[in-house]
Design a protein. Structure first.
Length: 162
């Protein structure tokens, strides 16, 4: 699917240089430490697919999410592009919550949350409960997948919540 412009779709995002595995603010999120910036647009071909399967763009009711001429945004089956509108600077989310989504940054999408198990994982020992991190707004449209060749081990007394 090739698009030329998106106007409010849902809520998902891009990534930049994110410290400590994602989330938080960094230098590309501000202009001279005066203005916080939500990035919202596509300047290069982008595919939304496994293993993340969703991205979130933080936006505003009066802003658009543009796709430059000649750029293709492909959204695979079972994947989603979300746009979340804010009317003010949401510091608590950006300082902490952004780690729980794949938000758009200046040059790419965060890779904080994945929805496809692509290598063996185990809930063993003191790892007792594992939760899928798919945001509530995407759970109906974005499935949690386990690749055919992958082994998921859940010991007695442990729980995997998908």
């Amino acid at each position: 699917m090739a698009l030329t412009k998106i106007t409010k779709v849902g809520s998902n995002g891009l990534d930049d240089d994110v410290s400590a595995g994602g989330g938080g603010l960094n230098s590309t999120d501000t202009i001279d430490k005066l203005l916080f910036v939500h990035h919202g647009g596509f300047t290069a071909d982008t595919t939304i697919s496994s293993p993340q399967k969703f991205i979130e763009i933080m936006s505003h009711n009066d802003a658009t999410i543009d796709i430059e001429n000649g750029v293709t945004v492909t959204i695979d089956d079972g994947s989603m592009l979300m746009s979340t509108d804010h009317s003010d600077f949401y510091m608590t989310f950006m300082a902490n919550g952004a780690a729980g989504t794949n938000i758009q940054r200046a040059t790419k999408f965060d890779d904080n949350v994945r929805t496809s198990v692509t290598s063996d994982i185990s809930l063993t020992g003191v790892k007792k409960v594992g939760y899928s991190q798919i945001p509530t707004g995407a759970q109906i449209d974005v499935p949690f997948d386990i690749d055919n060749s992958v082994i998921v081990t859940v010991d007695d007394g442990a729980v995997l919540v998908i």
